[in-house]
Design a protein around this ligand. Sequence first.
Ligand SMILES: [Zn+2]
Length: 99
Amino acid sequence: MPSTAQTAQQQTAWPEGVIARYLTVGGATVDIQHDAFYVYDTEPTSTVVKCGGCPDIHTEQWAEYADSFDGGVSWADKEARKWAQAHAEKCRALPRPTA
Ligand SMILES: [Zn+2]
């Protein structure tokens, strides 16, 4: 039987483009998305991690792992997940209440 908190997390709709979401110890969410790195990029070129509790943002540019088979996407995602996991374990900032 899932706890109420788990059920609530599962039922909350993820923002468009979010590929992974982590729950911090403070109760905020850390979202991983693919996004353009430069303003002139017309396609996503990086994996971006944003904490919903504090202003921390982490970006993994796909070009840095361009030697891998899929242009660096999976490596960037992997590094982004590592950062998100580590951040979620220590961030105690609370998410800003939504009106
Ligand atoms: Zn945070």
